[in-house]
Design a protein around this ligand. Structure first.
Ligand SMILES: [Ca+2]
Ligand SMILES: [Ca+2]
Length: 223
C-alpha cells in the first residue's frame, strides 16, 4: 500500500505545486489570450502530473530501501523452484516449515568431504529493465555456524577466477533476509551489478556445506 499511497501523495503535491505555479501565470496572462490558450493553461497541471508519474515509482522505491513487492523492481525466485533454479551436484531440496514455500536448498553436510565445483544452484531471472541490481537472499547457517555459513556467488558466470565467485559469508542459524556482500572486501561492500534487459543467471556455489538458501531476489537500486 505504501508504494501506492506515497507516490500518490507526492503526485498530489507536485500537481498542487504545478497548479500553484502555472495558474497565476495562466490567469493573468491567459485572460488576454484566445480561449484555446486558456484551455491549454488549464491542462498544464494535469500534464505536469502525468509527466511526474513516469519516474515516480523508481524514485520511491529507491528512497524506501526496504521497498515492497513492486514486481518491476524486485524479482524473487524460490531456490527450490525447479522451473527457476537448477540444482547441480550435491544440492538438494529440504522440507522445512520455517522456509518460504516450505522448502530451502542446501548441500548436505558430509564429514571430511569438501564442496565440489559442481555443487551449484543456478537461478535464472528475467530482467525487464536495465539498471544496477543487488542480490537479496533469505538464508540460514547450518548447525555449525562457523563452518556452515558461506556460498560462492556469481552473476552470469562472473567472476570465475581466481575463485569461483564472490565469497559471501553470513551468520544466523534462523532464516533471515539480507543483501549479499563481498566478504573478502574489507569494507564488506554490497555486491552490485549493471544488468541489461534479458535473462541473467545468479549462481550460488557450495563453499561450506549445510549452508541454507531459501530464496533469491534481484533488486533494482538505480540506473
Ligand atoms: Ca559445513
Ligand atoms: Ca524457499
Amino acid at each position: 500500500m505504501k508504494e501506492i499511497s506515497e507516490p500518490g501523495a507526492e503526485t498530489r503535491r507536485r500537481a498542487a505545486g504545478a497548479a500553484g505555479g502555472a495558474s497565476p501565470a495562466c490567469t493573468t496572462v491567459g485572460e488576454t489570450r484566445p480561449p484555446r490558450w486558456r484551455r491549454w493553461c488549464a491542462l498544464l497541471p494535469v500534464l505536469a502530473c502525468a509527466c511526474s508519474l513516469e519516474g515516480l515509482s523508481v524514485e520511491w522505491d529507491l528512497s524506501s530501501g526496504s521497498g515492497g513487492d513492486d514486481g518491476s523492481l524486485r524479482i524473487r525466485v524460490e531456490a527450490e523452484d525447479e522451473a527457476r533454479c537448477e540444482l547441480s551436484g550435491r544440492f538438494e531440496r529440504v522440507n522445512d516449515p520455517s522456509a518460504s514455500g516450505g522448502e530451502y536448498v542446501a548441500a548436505p553436510e558430509m564429514v571430511d568431504v569438501g564442496c565440489d565445483a559442481g555443487d551449484l544452484v543456478d537461478c535464472s531471472f528475467e530482467v525487464g529493465r536495465a539498471g544496477t541490481y543487488q542480490i537479496r537472499v533469505r538464508v540460514a547457517t547450518g548447525p555449525d555456524e562457523s563452518v556452515d555459513n558461506s556460498f560462492w556467488v556469481s552473476v552470469d558466470g562472473e567472476p570465475s577466477e581466481p575463485e569461483p565467485g564472490y565469497r559471501y559469508d553470513f551468520s544466523g542459524a534462523k532464516f533471515h533476509e539480507e543483501y549479499v556482500r563481498h566478504s573478502k572486501d574489507d569494507s564488506g561492500a554490497l555486491l552490485k551489478f549493471p544488468l541489461d534487459p534479458g535473462t541473467h543467471l545468479v549462481t550460488f556455489g557450495c563453499r561450506e556445506d549445510a549452508a541454507k538458501l531459501d530464496w533469491v531476489e534481484l533488486v533494482r537500486i538505480g540506473p
